[in-house]
Design a protein around this ligand. Sequence first.
Ligand code: FAD
Ligand code: 2HG
Ligand code: ZN
Length: 489
Amino acid sequence: TDSYPGLTRDSRFSKLTPGHVAYFKQLLGQDSAVIDGINADAAADIEPFNEDWMHKYKGQCRLVLKPGSTEDVSKILRYCNENMLAVVPQGGNTGLVGGSIPVFDEIVIGMGRMNTIHSFDDVSGSLVLDAGCILEVADQHVAQQGYVFPLDLGAKGSCHVGGNVSTNAGGLRLLRYGSLHGSVLGVEAVLPDGTVMDDMCTLRKNNTGYDLKQLFIGAEGTLGIVTKLVVQCAQRSPAVNVALFGVESYQKAQTAFREAKLQLSEILSAFELMDGTSQRLVHQVRGGTRPLEGDHPFYCLVETSGSNGEHDYEKLEKFLEHVMSNEVVADGVVAQDATQIKTLWSWREGITECIGHFGGTYKYDVSIPLPDMYLIVHDVKARLSEAGLVGDTDDHPVVDVVGYGHMGDSNLHLNIAVRRYDKEVETALEPYVYEWIEKRRGSISAEHGLGLAKKNYVGYSRNETMIGLMRQIKTLFDPNGIMNPYKYI
Ligand code: FAD
Ligand code: 2HG
Ligand code: ZN
């Protein structure tokens, strides 16, 4: 196939036969656990597993397996390893770097049937659950006991916790709850040879040798399949407030962030940045009334979460007064109830979906030291404009260039909204963007991972020694290379 120029199918991998499929059918028992495109035309049923959320990556998988237990996963992988059959673990398929989509005819292992919540300790806050649980379902479960899942993101309604851990997703409240490297206490994973690695520690402390589970946090399905997790949940804050500001410059957005940390300190739970273009595009696609009048070059969404509503509101008001009277922010609104909180967040969480509306998006998920972070958006827009690629009419491939993201974590999403994917745009963007980031010692993938999209560019953020060690780890865990091939490193 020429779908992925530069990639050829690895001839070490076997092609699927009716004999292989018969083994899996007998193993998994029920018909609904196997989508068989080898013996029958199952193209329509397989299609959703062959295409990513952005409709950017397309695979040629002809067999989807849906294990119901760790034992099923173990038997599947052992058989695949012995028969040199390549596999792609797939969670909610919301990843943004093409990691969950087969490149050629790899077997998709869909984790959706493994969705049991096993236990929750309402004293310590540790939650034991299957990898295929949907993030929002897990959060609602612990909410009943006054806790919160330590991760939240726009795709919560469909992404799996196993996918979150495998991508080391960051999300909207990393500022508050830290990364999954801290809040995942235990992992059960199946290695390619079928060995079950049981590291299901439910305790926060366990300094007894190398912390091997950390390797699975962000491994994107290249070392094995994550089957179960223990997650440390935090106390859910009864008092949540959200404010949205219009800000005149990126410099002022930085001052607002500094002040938010100073004045809101322990109750600050999110600080998100959106540029004016992102908000104009959301409005253009969705309509509705914008939260603030007029256009501002930047918007900041500030959330506080605490235990004492009155105390928190007082702090927030004082903060607002300060930033308004000192002209740090030009305008602002505070949500008055839960519905308004949701509405304000929707102007932030809805960007990814709205931006894709015009045809497609080139996505860069970057980490850059804060003082320079937004500069990349100006530079990229200038570069594309000079090349005559940006405009309002159909003959211009680029609709606009936007920047938004997790300011609290120095993580910017640089998105180039396009009417169509276009070689000229790609040539203008790469390697320019990666070189720009390398010069500032930033990260070319802050939270979405490498997948297929970024695998060739890891060298811009990691040195040869690090990449060499990563290759050795991959070979140690997966000597036959059957786990999610063609991706990562
Ligand atoms: P998939 O897309 O199915 O898989 C992702 C990768 O993990 C693949 O390489 C796959 O092979 C592997 N994988 C999946 N499950 C397993 C498993 N059980 N064992 C081993 N490997 C596995 N990301 C952020 O970090 N922050 C955000 O704020 C954020 N917001 C988003 C908003 C939207 C609207 C969308 C569409 C995506 C967003 N993402 C965000 C991307 C993010 O990576 C995913 O949403 C999520 O973490 C992936 O989970 P998933 O279950 O969909 O995984
Ligand atoms: C977000 O923060 C997600 O909204 C998605 O990480 C970012 O679409 C993107 O580039
Ligand atoms: Zn993000």
